[in-house]
Write a protein that binds this ligand. Structure first.
Ligand code: NAP
Ligand code: GLV
Length: 309
């Protein structure tokens, strides 16, 4: 059994070790591979070149190294009929929950204002607001959004989620579809975007969306950069409609040096690190799924490429 691995350089060795520890019978080849393409049954990849996966005639599944599969769905030359599996693994979920809590608390406790006050040597108390008085809205109630919602609710925040299909979740107010968007936005003083990037969600964080939020709302953008219409966000930040933003993902990555987001006083930016797949826990998830397939059971977390997630 052979798997082809295309990861970032930093985590390549960790993946090799973790995969071999979980499945000693599996041969793991690094990308690029110049052996017999017919040997490769599985691909575990991030950002393969367009059309490149067509070279492997016996491919049984393509595993995305990340939760998002837009790097695969955007390839019009993916091999036909080979299932694409998104990454669902406890390390990635835990990391995202940490980042959501960190970012929500940052805005909830006015840390952007205090950073500016520190810079200007201003000693001024801003009245504290109870978590129960703070409405938080999560766009995307999937694997990552729903776990983050539960943990925020445990902190006492007034949490809502918005998804495509209806959902019920104890302690979380739920909204769905086009009709649910406006009432969801109207009650989101802190808005978190954890949607996948699809043709429907591209540009969803735009002037209309920002105008529908309570004045001074905070935005936490951790899905994909192309969700955001950057000019609209800058205008909303400058007008005060958006009071502050934590931006982890950008339309162009790395963020170009001329981007105003680097220096905007109401923006905290991070270089697409809200959460990362952890090879040790992820290798277990990938190997368990491969074993399922070999036992004649259906793969878990296969994406619907037509829907885009
Ligand atoms: P998921 O389990 O597939 O969940 C996606 C959620 O989005 C679902 O609740 C889905 O609704 C909802 N959704 C999709 N299209 C929608 C639409 N048009 N309108 C309303 N809701 C819609 O995905 P996940 O594992 O939670 O990951 C979410 C995204 O996070 C990934 O795709 C990736 O882009 C991003 N991410 C970013 C980082 C980072 O470091 N910044 C790390 C990991 C992941 P239904 O439940 O009704 O289907
Ligand atoms: C990271 O962005 C991921 O999709 O896992």
């Amino acid at each position: 059994m052979a798997l082809l691995l295309k990861s970032d350089i930093e985590r390549g060795d960790a993946w090799q070790r973790a995969l071999r520890a979980c499945e000693p019978d599996m041969t793991v080849h690094d990308w690029p591979y110049d052996g017999d393409p017919a040997e490769i049954e599985f691909a575990l990849v991030w950002g393969p070149p367009r059309g490149a996966l067509r070279d492997f005639p016996n491919l049984k599944a393509i595993f995305s190294i990340g939760a998002g599969i837009d790097h695969l769905a955007s390839d019009p030359e993916l091999p036909d009929g080979v299932p694409v599996v998104r990454m669902v693994e406890p390390g990635l979920t835990a990391g995202m929950t940490e980042f959501v809590i960190l970012s929500v608390l940052t805005h909830h406790r006015f840390m952007l204002d205090y950073a500016i006050q520190q810079r200007d040597k201003v000693w001024r108390e801003i009245p504290q607001i109870a978590a129960a008085q703070r409405t938080v809205g999560i766009m995307g109630l999937g694997v990552l959004g729903s776990e983050a919602a539960d943990k925020l609710a445990a902190f006492g925040f007034d949490v809502a989620g918005w998804s495509r299909s209806p959902k019920e979740r104890p302690g979380i107010a739920t909204f769905h579809g086009d009709a649910g968007l406006a009432p969801f936005l109207a009650r989101s003083a802190i808005l978190i975007c954890l949607l996948p990037l699809t043709p429907e969600t591209q540009g969803i964080l735009n002037a209309r969306t920002f105008a529908a939020l309570p004045r001074g709302a905070a935005l936490i953008s951790i899905g994909r950069g192309a969700h955001v219409v950057e000019a609209d966000l800058l205008a909303a930040l400058d007008s005060g409609q958006i009071g502050g933003a934590s931006l982890d993902v950008f339309r162009d990555e790395p963020l170009p040096s001329e981007s105003p987001f680097w220096t905007h006083p109401r923006v905290i930016m991070t270089p697409h690190v809200a959460s990362m797949t952890i090879p040790d826990s992820a290798a277990e998830a990938v190997v368990a799924n491969i074993r399922r397939l070999r036992a004649g059971q259906p793969l878990e977390h296969v994406v619907d490429l037509g829907r885009g997630y």
